[in-house]
Design a protein around this ligand. Sequence first.
Ligand code: CS2
Length: 474
Amino acid sequence: MEAGLPAERLTRSAPAVPVGIVHLGLGAFFRAHGAVYIEEAMSASGGDWGILGVSLQSATMRDQLTPQGGTYMALELGPEGETLRHVQSVQGVLVAREDAQAVLEAMADPGVRIVSLTVTEKGYCHEPSTGRLNDQHPDIVHDLSHPLPVSAPGYLVRALALRLSRGLPPFTVLTCDNLPNNGHVVRGVVLDLAHAIDPALAAWIEAEGKFPSTMVDRIVPATKPEDIARVEALIGAHDAAPVMHEPFRQWVVEDDFVGGLRPDLGAAGVQLVRDVTEFEHMKLRMLNGTHSSLAYLGYLSGHETIADCMTDPVLDRFVQHLWAAEIIPALTPPEGVSLSEYAQALRARYANPGIRHRTWQIAMDGSQKLPQRILGTLETNLAANRPCPGLMLAVAAWMIYVRGTDLAGQPIEVKDPLAPRLREAATSADPVGALLALREVFPQDLAARLSEPLRKACSDLSALGAKDAMQARL
Ligand code: CS2
């Protein structure tokens, strides 16, 4: 490319495919994971499974992708090199906040047989500690009385109502978020909301709807401005929204779709199973549990990314201790899987220097993440009288993190739907007691048993600093 000339925009090169899937929450993760698998399934076996993306809030993704025909580059960053791919399975993008009716009509289209979601943990408007719909959530209060919804559960329910009124079968709801029993959770919030709106609708969804649970995995850090420049230099065209990802990927899906209708996911390497529970527990507790632990303890140790944490011998040994002594003993492996091999593979994935995944990014929304990532493991271990000094330290690090100042007194920008309440509790006279009293995060029984070890862990962090406190627990 000649210097000084603006690069041309990336454009679609493959023909458009009719839409069969509406995807809510078109972020980097889905574009580097589900969209690639679906594209491969269509290349292997055909089918009208084009994806219509929906952004619930912001117009940015639509504005970036529309001039590119919905397409974008995915740059795989491996320790041994890079691979570029032009992903073309997304056919277009709608912005729900601008035109809710258009989104509902798209979801009620007879050609659409699947609605998939990556709306993050908080997007389900449920209580993380119980998994039930939070009917006090402002978006749910809104959606109960307005036909044009704002929440993800609201879109699912109102679109299913349209399909029922038109004599169409329901779509399969395919959740791809990091929640345990994610299909069960989304089914629960949809049924609770539908029931409050129209019990006959709820009965139809209960009888005809399908909500397979899934386990999704690929490390996809947020795209940074330097990534955009790098892709432009590689392809000689401007892509406003490329995605960066690691080579590894895994998608385990319960094979339970309305009418059996789905892309040929198996041809793309998706594992289709009857019950995903053990895969979900393994991934949420071994990957996401240590990701969050490294996020808080790594941040407090001054590390910017997960790969930086892994170059620090204390954090590297600490995470290996978490797997071997605290997490694996509390898990049942999926059939044929070695958990210690899985841990070693995670260690190599975390150390991949090409992936700049910020501890600050993973630290986001901790109130929504801790229950399924760490608290479940603590609960199992406490019941078996197995001490968990490392995971206690990780939860204590979260308690310090959410007060909004690090151990050296520097401010932290805390992103969490409960941020103001977390800060108030964490800066009160009894931070551990006040945070443990948050029932959305800590069930009562567990809170009582965590109180003493967490007080000790918090005072160790303050007295010794994060690294020495980790070292002292190895
Ligand atoms: C991470 C996940 O940001 C986070 O909370 O733990 O996004 C993680 O990278 C993915 O679940 C990996 O599959």
